[in-house]
Write a protein of this length. Structure first.
Length: 93
């Protein structure tokens, strides 16, 4: 295990070494975050909320299609369950 004093010494030694690749990366990330935070408050034209309009026929057609698909799924499931029960009955008896 590391001795706490040795760890502090090594961390201070690491902090004093000039790592240019690390410094550039850290400076760039800090600037980007700062610019993003400032840009949020500098927006001049906030997005306007537009009312949504939909064609009622499209909505009614979608409901009809969904209902038709659900009934098909129920029919397929019932057929599969019945077939499964029949096969299970034939195999057991």
């Amino acid at each position: 295990m590391w001795d706490p004093l040795e760890f502090i010494f090594l961390s201070n030694k690491f902090a004093k070494i000039n790592y240019t690749w690390l410094n550039k990366g850290m400076k760039n990330s800090g600037i980007n975050v700062k610019e993003k935070l400032i840009a949020r408050y500098l927006e001049k034209d906030p997005p306007s909320t537009q009312s949504k309009s939909s064609n009622i026929n499209v909505l009614l057609n979608r409901i009809a299609v969904n209902k038709k698909n659900e009934s098909r799924k129920k029919l397929y499931f019932s057929a599969a369950a019945s077939t499964g029960l029949i096969l299970f009955g034939l195999i057991i008896f």
